[in-house]
Design a protein around this ligand. Structure first.
Ligand SMILES: [Fe+2]
Length: 384
């Protein structure tokens, strides 16, 4: 047990969590544990004094839902879509290794500014097996990573993290930052199917990463920024497929004293995703490229948050999971498309949790500026 917050008996399984001890006087153990974690946790460098700009950005889909073959590479204005035509397998290990799709998301962002290159891994997919398999085939080198970002506390985005850290911590650069949107990211979550999130803080600290709390917009690896808390500025409301609970059990969870009192109820409450963050690049002469991950706070809200945080109105591309899925129907989808028309991005790259119906209707409305993602595809944005 890493952090034992309270003097009560912890459930033996996270899936059994019904209520947690949620603070109060006399929990010296908890305070010591908090201090230990805090010693290796830093507030992120906030976005003051301007947004970094890059000359080029390449986003590789390392984990995504689907694998495709026989889709040709395409060159557009400012964007090359590098498809893995006929090269989804690993011929030296045939038929034992091929790119895998799964319900999850992980993206490798490689950016260039002048002579400087930065590598950031955003999210970790659902399983380490798929993440590590795909990284090997795609030749993504973990020793090159300058920062890691976790968008939010759902397993389809961090389930691969512990296995990834175990496999790579000996080659990762020491003390690279690991960004999360705040303490809420660590809260235990469940959905109707059971446990759907319990982020392993000990694994992050054991890998000698520097845990960065980024509830405000923050610079990432000198080249990018996170959105900070995503405001509710459009018609969208947070989609709430999961519940969260404040407290610590078996070393997992969020510290009650670092959470707002209204969430510290000792029982599961609807997840408001206040901890969710997007990752954003400003590509020279093109505009913002917004990497949305899962858009539980709303994809339009995420884009508008990126615009507001940066002071940049031109959006070049939105890439990631848009989460416009049932029970959201055509009216909601059409409203989302209308908002996108008003914002005017050059490209919408739909991945992971976007929803097939959204893709179909957006293609009808916006044509080929709507592009489907697939495992292994590399989206290369060139500055102008
Ligand atoms: Fe997701």
């Amino acid at each position: 047990m890493l952090f034992n917050l309270c003097n009560c008996v912890a459930p033996s399984s996270l899936s059994d969590v019904g209520s947690l001890c949620s603070g109060g006087a006399g929990f010296v153990t908890a305070m010591m544990a908090t201090l230990a974690a805090n010693a290796r946790t830093e507030p992120a460098k906030t976005l003051r004094g301007g947004v970094p700009q890059v000359d080029k950005l390449a986003v590789r889909m390392v984990t995504d839902n689907i694998v495709m073959q026989f889709v040709p590479t395409e060159k557009r204005d400012g964007l090359t879509i590098e498809r893995r035509t006929g090269s989804n397998t690993s011929p030296d290990r045939a038929p034992r290794a091929a790119l895998n799709g799964e319900w999850g998301l992980a993206m490798h962002a490689e950016s260039v500014r002048g002579g400087e290159t930065r590598h950031v891994l955003i999210d970790f997919g659902y399983t380490p097996e798929v993440l590590l398999n795909n990284m090997a085939i795609l030749k993504v080198d973990p020793s090159a990573f300058d920062a890691l970002v976790l968008s939010h506390g759902h397993y389809d985005h961090f389930g691969g993290m512990v296995g990834f850290l175990n496999a790579t911590k000996s080659v990762l650069k020491r003390k690279i930052p690991f960004y999360v949107g705040g303490e809420d990211t660590f809260c235990i979550r469940k959905n109707p199917g059971g446990n759907f999130g319990a982020l392993d803080r000990k694994a992050i600290l054991d890998a000698e990463l520097t845990l960065m709390m980024a509830s405000e917009p923050a610079i990432v690896a000198d080249h990018a920024f996170t959105t900070g808390r995503i405001g509710q500025t459009s018609f969208e409301k947070p989609l709430q497929p999961s519940m969260e609970i404040v407290g610590i059990v078996d070393g997992f969870g969020c510290f009650p004293e670092q959470m707002p009192p209204e969430k510290n109820t000792g029982a599961y409450i609807p997840d408001d995703f206040e901890h969710e963050i997007g990752t954003v690049y400003l590509v020279k002469g093109r505009g913002l490229v917004v990497l949305t991950s899962c858009s539980h706070r709303g994809v339009i809200n995420t884009v508008r948050q990126a615009m507001q945080a940066s002071g940049v109105d031109k959006v070049h591309a939105v890439l990631g999971g848009f989460h416009v899925v049932p029970p959201l129907g055509d009216d909601y989808i059409n409203q989302t498309i209308a908002e996108f028309k008003a914002i005017g991005p050059d490209y919408l790259v739909t991945a992971h949790c976007t929803g097939d119906r959204f893709y179909d209707l957006a293609r009808q409305a916006l044509g080929d500026k709507v592009i489907h993602s697939a495992v292994g595809t590399r989206f290369v944005f060139e500055g102008a």
